[in-house]
Design a protein around this ligand. Structure first.
Ligand code: NI
Length: 187
């Protein structure tokens, strides 16, 4: 089921999400399936549960449409329940980011180049630890920020943030065109 995506300005995007209840396996699987369908429908490469109005620590990423720019992402996708960093490298990398909750906005963001993440796998429900680098690490860090109520524009250079103020104001009022269904607290 395709879900509406909450836009910048919505309260749910600013809350720290709660740990997911692992006892509800069917509910978690259904939510993850809906998130994947919603992400694909919107041509996105990642989505976090708060973006569909669910304040739980769940994310999905899919790099398979980005292989023109990042060939190493061929076949790369992950679905993570209750992810947590176990390592963040001191060396950093800068990439242009965007977000389905902040349509038509992008910014160069600097973040750790490599990370390790421990998460619960939605098929086995076992804990997995994995290391990521390159754009895969970037996608996961962006989505993990959503679980703490942080948006990529918060991390943009001050001058860039200033340039985006008007655009962000319009988005929070729902004055933005998207090909996918969106929601704000107001409508
Ligand atoms: Ni995002």
């Amino acid at each position: 089921m395709i879900l509406p995506i909450y836009l910048y300005g919505s309260q749910v995007l600013r809350a720290a999400a709660e740990e997911s209840d692992l006892a509800d396996r069917e509910g978690l699987k259904k939510l993850i399936d809906d998130m994947i369908e919603t992400m694909h429908h919107a041509d996105g490469c990642g989505l976090a549960a708060p973006q569909v109005g669910v304040s739980r620590r769940i994310l999905v990423v899919d790099g398979t449409d980005l292989t023109d720019r990042y060939p190493e992402l061929a076949g790369f996708h992950r679905e993570m329940i209750n992810p947590a960093f176990t390592f963040e490298s001191e060396d950093t990398a800068s990439y242009e980011e965007g977000c389905l909750s902040i349509p038509n906005v992008d910014a160069e963001i600097r973040r750790p180049a490599r990370i390790k993440v421990r998460y619960v796998h939605p098929e086995t429900f076992e804990e997995v630890e994995e290391e990521f680098g390159g754009f895969a690490a970037r996608m996961i860090q962006h989505e993990m920020d959503h679980l703490d109520g942080v948006l990529f524009v918060d991390r943009a250079a001050p001058i860039r943030r200033k340039m985006l103020t008007g655009k962000l104001m319009n988005i929070s009022r729902g004055n933005v065109h998207t090909r996918y269904r969106v929601k704000t607290d107001k409508k």
